[in-house]
Each structure stands twice: as C-alpha cells, then as structure tokens.
Write a protein that binds this ligand. Structure first.
Ligand code: SAH
Length: 194
C-alpha cells in the first residue's frame, strides 16, 4: 500500500498528541516547581527525542534524503500501527488527565505535589511512558523507513532507561512509605508483567 497512508496516520496522531498535551503544558507553567532534578543528560535526551519524533519523520515525508532506507508499507503493519496509535493516544490522554497539575516534562516535583495512585496509575506506575512506547511502536510500523521508523524507539528507550530509576528514587524520597506501598502493588509499564 502507499507509504503516504502510514505517513498521514502518523502525523495525524502526532498532532492529536500535541493537542492533548497543550493545556497541561500551559497550566504547568503556572504551577510552581519545588524541586528539579533535570540534569544535562536529561536535556540532551529531550533534544534527541525531538529529532526522533519530529525532525526525522518530517525529513522522511518531505524529502528524499532518507529514501535509501525506504521499504514497502504492508497492510499488516499499517493495521498494527493503527492499533498502537489508538493505545498511544488513549493512554496519553488518560495519564495526563489523571496526573493533572503534578505532570512535568522532566524530573520535577511541584509545590503541593500529590502522589497519584488512581485511574490508569492504579494499574501501572508509568502509564505515560507506556503510551510513549506505543507511540514508538506506531512510528516503527507506520513510517516505512529504517531510519525514521525506529528513531523514537531508540531515543525513548535511552530516555526511559536514564529516567525511571531516578524518578522512582525521587518519588520514594518525597512520599516514603506511601510510594513504597504503591510500588509493591503495581508494575511499571504493563499490568501484571513488568
Ligand atoms: N512516569 C509517569 C509520569 C511521567 S511525567 C508516567 O509514565 O506516567 C514525570 C513527572 O511525573 C515526574 O517528574 C514526577 O514528578 C511525576 N510523577 C510520576 N509518577 C507520579 C505519581 N504517581 N503521582 C504524582 N506525580 C508523579
């Protein structure tokens, strides 16, 4: 099938995810930060994510610079890509709604930070990261190019590995027994598995 269908669905989903985040981004500017653990590695990885999620897909869609790495899009990968898009956007929406003003793009604690353990956070501790892995899978399945497709998976895996233990340590230091208990009854990314 035409690789344009994959590109169209991917960019439609990307625009939807930006729209889901926009009000939280705006509101987070007015919620004061009490503590930040955003280091230079974190900044570099956020930059890498920008390249992986926007720059490479745009280059793939608008030029032939990456065409040496193109391959044909199949209807099977398009179908699975569409399923991952649905999971990505649903979980992205739900996790932002449940975290509310406690959300930050980086490792930060807000003033009056509350520990959220309800909604999708009752099932896993990192549902937003699960949604970003679904985004990575969707990108890989929809963009039929060996560079633009896997880019988000490579970048976000680095980000996740650099972040999740530090994030959990920060939460344990702030919320003590409450976070320890919450961790004991939840998995990280996939309910019942890990
Ligand atoms: N790791 C979570 C949240 C990502 S946003 C997820 O994948 O869904 C990152 C910020 O969320 C962190 O800086 C931390 O301040 C905050 N956070 C993470 N888990 C939280 C929780 N259960 N309750 C409240 N804030 C949380």
């Amino acid at each position: 099938m035409s690789h344009w269908l994959g590109i169209a669905l991917f960019f439609a989903a990307l625009v939807a995810s930006i729209a889901i985040r926009a009000p939280h981004e705006r509101r987070s500017k007015s919620t004061k930060i009490a503590q930040s653990r955003k280091g230079s590695l974190e900044n570099a990885l956020l930059g890498l994510m920008g390249v992986a999620v926007l720059a490479l897909p745009l280059i793939f869609a608008t030029s032939n610079w990456l065409s040496f790495a193109d391959y044909p899009l199949t209807s099977t990968s398009f179908t699975f890509g569409a399923i991952f898009v649905a999971l990505w956007l649903w979980l992205f929406y739900r996790s932002h709604a449940d975290l509310g003003t406690n959300w930050s793009v980086s490792l930060e604690l807000r003033e009056d930070h509350r520990l959220i353990t309800n909604g999708v956070y009752a099932r896993v501790r990192h549902p937003m990261y699960t949604s970003l892995f679904c985004h990575a899978a969707a990108q890989g399945l929809l963009l039929a190019n060996w560079i633009a497709g896997p880019a988000m998976l490579v970048a976000f895996t680095q980000m996740f590995l650099a972040r999740f233990t530090r994030e959990e340590r920060m939460m344990r230091e702030k919320f003590g027994e409450d976070y320890a208990g919450y961790s004991a009854r939840t998995k990280r990314l996939v309910p019942g598995i890990w």
